[in-house]
Design a protein around this ligand. Structure first.
Ligand code: SF4
Ligand code: SF4
Length: 387
């Protein structure tokens, strides 16, 4: 991985301070609550007992405003409402939307309360990320009976009131997750994003083979479809292979999930961390909204990480940095061998499957609208891109 010094071209306001944010955009991920109405078995907030530990936001909108004025005034800000289940604190969502009418907004939700959102909120969302685990059986197994149908029903119920996109966010955990399930999600939602679960018992040899077989089918369908097959990790890797500068431009050569450059996870109590899965780690504290301070992200590429010598480096670029940090900086060898190495193997496999289809030749022949979406899809700004 290439190591860039932590710096910014942005000079903020009269104080002429160097901004801790790298680049011109910043994603403000506001956790409206850590409470949730579901009990998903693998919830990342379960680590460090975060889930349920903070109810509503404990800072005022004026405190948020003072922070934005001091640290983000020279950036394009887009907000993701996150949780817990963010819609449990709808008043806060409405308040932020009213205060910042020029911002872009995204909602990350389990989808169970979506049909209760008012038109004013739905109409203002550029993207809704819906957490789902695959098909009905697998989703209900992790999330509770009836959740899959409820999410699909709610999505259809609000579709006409929501002009932005719907992206299914799949935590790919089960070895039974099939091509057909993911394919159906691609039919039901505008985009599908999947991420390999960080579970130590997940990547048995048999499970790896099953995941690879599904990846092969997804990639085959991507390159044989007349229209763009809207699976974000495949789109993103193809984009990065065909247009390598797109893999770096928003991230200044660092990780594409934004944690080293331009995402701020603000907990309900105002503490700020780069990665939402590491809010229990004291050394990851990056700022405090109530105390109104912010420093550069502490989650950075490290010489111990193996990306520099990896074939996937030009297009993967070190996603996910949390995994790499735990495996190669904290030296958790169990996590490295049982989670990180298998996931990196799957990422490299995905890249090779894409190469089999000659993505440059495919792009050269693709219709203009397909090329444009592949190149500019806004959802790349909201998710990690790599699985
Ligand atoms: S596959 Fe793993 S080792 Fe390779 S670039 Fe990606 S994160 Fe780094
Ligand atoms: S991909 Fe990025 S944001 Fe997601 S868990 Fe990993 S480091 Fe955190």
């Amino acid at each position: 991985m290439t190591f860039f010094p932590q710096r910014s071209e942005e000079i903020t306001g009269a104080a002429s301070e160097i901004s801790p944010i790298v680049g011109d955009r910043v994603e403000l991920q506001l956790l409206t609550t850590l409470t949730c109405n579901l009990k998903c078995t693998y919830c990342s907030l379960g680590v460090g007992d975060m889930v349920g530990s903070q109810g509503k936001v404990s800072y005022t909108i004026d405190v948020l405003d003072a922070f934005i004025k001091k640290h983000l005034a020279s950036h394009e800000v887009y907000v993701t409402f996150y949780g817990g289940e963010p819609t449990l604190n709808l008043d806060f969502i409405k308040e932020v939307m009213e205060r910042y009418p020029t911002f872009r907004f995204q909602l990350q939700t389990n989808g169970t309360l979506l049909d209760g959102l008012p038109d004013s909120v739905l109409a203002n969302l550029s993207n809704i990320l819906l957490s789902i685990d695959g098909g009905e059986e697998i989703t209900d197994g992790f999330r509770g009976r009836g959740v899959y149908r409820q999410v699909v029903k709610n999505t259809q119920a609000v579709r006409d009131r929501m002009k932005g996109s719907f992206t299914a966010r799949v935590t790919w955990s089960s070895e039974s997750t099939s091509f057909e399930e993911l394919d159906e999600l691609a039919d039901t939602f505008d985009y599908v994003y999947f991420q390999f679960v960080a579970g130590e018992g997940t990547y048995t040899p048999a499970a790896m083979e099953k995941k690879k077989a599904v990846i092969t089918q997804l990639v085959d369908k991507f390159f044989s479809s007349k229209e763009l097959y809207p699976i974000i990790p495949i789109m993103g890797v193809v984009r990065n292979k065909v247009l390598p500068t797109r893999a770096t431009e928003l991230y200044h050569g660092k990780t594409q999930c934004r944690v080293s450059t331009h995402i701020l996870n603000v907990m309900p109590d105002g503490k700020i961390y780069p990665c939402p899965d590491m809010m229990y780690v004291p050394e990851m504290l990056q700022g405090n909204l109530i105390e109104n301070w912010l420093k550069p992200s502490p989650l950075q590429p490290h010489p111990n990480m193996p990306c520099d010598t990896c074939e996937a480096q030009p297009w993967c670029r070190g996603n996910c940095l949390k995994n790499l940090y735990l495996a190669y900086v904290k030296n958790d060898s169990n996590y490295r061998t049982k989670v990180v190495e298998p996931i990196c193997e799957l990422v490299r496999f995905l890249g090779r499957e894409i190469d089999r289809h000659n993505p440059q030749a495919w792009y050269a022949k693709a219709p203009l609208d397909v090329r444009k979406t592949l190149r500019d899809c806004e959802v790349y700004e909201y998710v990690e891109i790599m699985p």
